[in-house]
Every structure is written in structure tokens, then in C-alpha cells.
Design a protein around this ligand. Structure first.
Ligand SMILES: *Cc1c(COP(=O)(O)O)cnc(C)c1O
Length: 392
């Protein structure tokens, strides 16, 4: 049996992949329209339509489509004013992309631990850092131990569940820090009645192949601030100041999404609510199956949250379950079922090694968590097979 599975690759016989794209509806019509009209590249009607569609969905005023979620994060940090040698507070329990984006700006991550209940960025740890480790100097907030300016907070909503954002927004107001949401895994999730992506000052989504909807590869920045949106559009299109003479006042980036990808995105957006309903149904079935399975903790959902359960994940207690999460991964793999641990917390990542951090909650979750198959196209029979293999 294969040990890894790339999203989009053909599924080997009987193999149950973790999370693969689900292409339906108008995808063929819209992409064909691009081919038929020759609008295949980074200009075209679907780009703007996709931007309007995603912005409207999340409740934001403006959308700027990008080649990837990582590119969106890079630009969002720049327009929020992050400069070389600044510091940005970021979740340590995350996929690495937001931390890389901080480094692309020449800035430095301050890693914040997760909370144990819902596995998201811990607002209390954000407060502790700002209150205990920072000081105001000449109108600027500085990290007392490094002397660097602290410039932004980048909470990552992981696995389709929102961060407990209100306490973080309150701190951000007190300390005058913009909040940049990494909502790449959270499209459609709600915090109270508000959609993820409209909670902070600016937010980023990803449409990579493993996300809840996909453009093959792509991302978007959403914000209510017109100046930021305009700046983001400028920076993602090579900062062109004169379209005829090609005069540039700044160093820009080639980060625009193509019309063909946006066309696929428009079709996928039409499916989003249905996909979320399916994801929630898959989660409910796992929840029912695992609530009395010793040593398996089903994925939580806070009373103030509506999760999309983008990547359905359980915690494995080695003593109670009889094996640890990695042994369960091996067991599932030999049954033809793909599963995956969470990411190594980034404060431990060799790529971002430096200062020693204490993030015991993230480390504990990293040891115990295992994500299970949860594609939108997962069949009842496939899910039953996964459930049986875990409970067996
Ligand atoms: C997927 C993801 C990204 C980056 O998205 P790409 O489109 O793959 O660049 C960023 N942050 C998190 C948390 C992600 O899961």
C-alpha cells in the first residue's frame, strides 16, 4: 500500500486518501469559457468575479486573488505594515506557510502555544507575551528581550475551527496591533455569527488542492480597508505604476491568480455550502463512532464556533488506546487508509530554529493527533471501513 498520496493523483484501488479535491457543477463550463475566449492568464472576468464572490461570502468589502495562500499571507503582512526586523505573534501549531511568510518580509516569528480545548492559538498566551515580555518605547511596542518592534498578530484558524478571537482582538486594540487572520483552513467556519476572514483587519484563504474548495492552486486576501486592498492589488501585479511605459516605484511580485484558476474557483464557491454540510456530516459520524472508543478523543467544536471540520482529526491516548498515534497511522496504512499527524510545531522546526520556546500544549497535541480521511467525496462504505479499522 502507498504510504503517501498526493491530492489529485488517481486513487489506487480501494485506497482511501486523506483529503482530495471534489470537482463538480459548473467547473467544466467555466474553464471551457476561458479556453474558448482566450482569457487564460492573469486578466479576465473570472478573476474579478471570484474576488467578489469570496469577499461577499466572508463578509469582507474587498478581495484580491493570489497564486497561493502563502503569497496572500506575504502580501497581507506587507500591507499591514510589517517591516524587516519586526516581530509577529503567530500560532506555533500550524502548517509552516504563515511563518515562512513572516520571514519573507524579513520579520521574525514569536511563537504562541495552543490551548488544549480546541487546539487553537491560546489568547491567554498572547496576553502573557504582550503584558510580560513587551514594553512601550517612544510610542512603539518592543520585545524587551530582543529590542525588536512587535508589529502584528497572526492567528491561524486550524483544521476548519476558528480561534477564540474576541480576546485577541481586544488585546490588539490595546496594543495597536493589526490582526492578520490565516484563514486558509477555515473558509466557511464561523466565530459566533461572524465568518472567519472577517474577524481581524485582513485575512487570507488558500485554494490549494487539499483545502475545502480548490482552484488547483491559489489564494485570496480579503479586507474591509480599501487602501490595503488597493496596495495588495498593486504589489501582487508587479507594482506597475504606468501600464504603458512600465514604470515601477516599488518592488512588486508576480502573485496574481489566473482567469482559468479563478473560473474553477467560481464553480467551487457555488458548491461550498454543500461541501461544508458534508464535512459536518462526516464529522458527526466519526463523533458518534468514537465517543465510546477508549483512548480516542473526537475532534472538538467550541460552543461559540461553527467548524467546517476541514481536516477531521482525533487525539490518541497511548495508554488507553493501546498504541500511540504513529502506530495507529501504520495500522491504518496497512489497511489502505491514509492518515496524517499534525505538523511539527514550528517552534521546533529546524527551518525556524533559534530562540527556545515553551509550548507544551502544541507539543502534546502534535504527539497525539491524527487526521483521518474526510474528503467531500468520502463514501459511507469508506468511512465505515475507517471507523472499523480505528475501533478494531
Ligand atoms: C494551506 C495553508 C497555507 C498556504 O496555502 P497555499 O495555498 O498552499 O500556499 C497557509 N497556512 C495554512 C495554515 C495552511 O494550511
Amino acid at each position: 500500500m502507498p504510504t503517501s498520496y498526493e491530492p489529485g493523483a488517481p486513487t489506487p484501488d480501494g485506497f482511501i486518501p486523506l483529503c482530495v479535491p471534489h470537482i463538480q457543477g459548473n467547473a467544466w463550463t467555466y474553464v471551457k469559457e476561458c479556453l474558448d475566449t482566450n482569457w487564460v492568464s492573469s486578466v479576465g472576468p473570472f478573476v474579478e468575479r471570484f474576488e467578489r464572490q469570496v469577499a461577499a461570502y466572508t463578509g469582507a468589502q474587498y478581495g484580491v486573488a493570489t497564486v497561493s495562500g502563502t503569497a496572500a499571507l506575504h502580501i497581507a503582512l506587507l500591507v499591514a505594515g510589517v517591516q524587516p526586523d519586526d516581530e509577529v505573534l503567530v500560532s506555533t501549531l500550524t502548517f509552516i506557510a504563515p511563518v515562512n511568510a513572516i520571514r519573507y518580509c524579513g520579520a521574525w516569528p514569536i511563537f504562541i502555544d495552543a490551548e488544549p480545548q480546541y487546539w487553537q492559538l491560546d489568547p491567554q498566551k498572547v496576553a502573557d507575551f504582550l503584558e510580560q515580555d513587551c514594553a512601550w518605547e517612544a510610542g512603539e511596542l518592543r520585545n524587551r528581550s530582543t529590542g525588536r518592534r512587535v508589529k502584528a498578530i497572526l492567528p491561524v484558524h486550524i483544521l476548519g475551527h476558528p480561534v477564540n478571537i474576541d480576546p485577541i482582538l481586544a488585546l490588539a486594540r490595546v496594543y495597536h496591533l493589526p490582526v492578520i487572520e490565516d484563514a486558509t483552513e477555515g473558509l466557511g467556519a464561523c466565530y459566533q455569527e461572524r465568518r472567519v476572514g472577517s474577524l481581524g483587519d485582513i485575512a487570507c484563504f488558500s485554494f490549494n488542492g487539499n483545502k475545502i474548495i480548490t482552484t488547483g492552486g491559489g489564494g485570496i486576501i480579503v479586507t474591509d480597508q480599501e487602501v490595503w486592498a488597493r496596495k495588495a492589488r498593486y504589489l501582487t501585479t508587479q507594482a506597475k505604476d504606468d501600464p504603458l511605459e512600465y514604470i515601477h516605484y516599488e518592488i512588486g511580485f508576480n502573485y496574481r491568480l489566473t482567469n482559468m484558476q479563478a473560473a474553477l474557483g467560481c464553480a467551487q464557491m457555488e458548491q461550498l455550502d454543500e461541501y461544508i454540510a458534508i464535512k459536518r456530516r462526516i464529522a458527526q459520524q466519526y463523533q458518534d463512532a468514537f465517543q465510546d472508543t477508549p483512548g480516542i478523543t473526537p475532534m472538538p467544536e467550541a460552543p461559540w464556533a461553527s467548524s467546517t471540520f476541514w481536516l477531521y482529526t482525533v487525539l490518541v491516548d497511548e495508554t488507553e488506546y493501546g498504541m500511540d498515534s504513529r502506530a495507529l497511522l501504520g495500522k491504518l496504512n496497512s489497511a489502505g487508509i491514509q492518515s496524517r499527524p499534525l505538523w511539527q510545531p514550528i517552534h521546533l522546526s529546524p527551518a525556524h530554529a533559534g530562540h527556545a520556546y515553551e509550548c507544551p500544549v502544541a507539543e502534546n497535541l502534535y504527539r497525539r493527533a491524527l487526521s483521518l480521511p474526510c474528503s467531500v467525496g468520502l463514501t459511507e462504505a469508506q468511512q465505515a471501513k475507517v471507523i472499523a479499522a480505528v475501533r478494531e
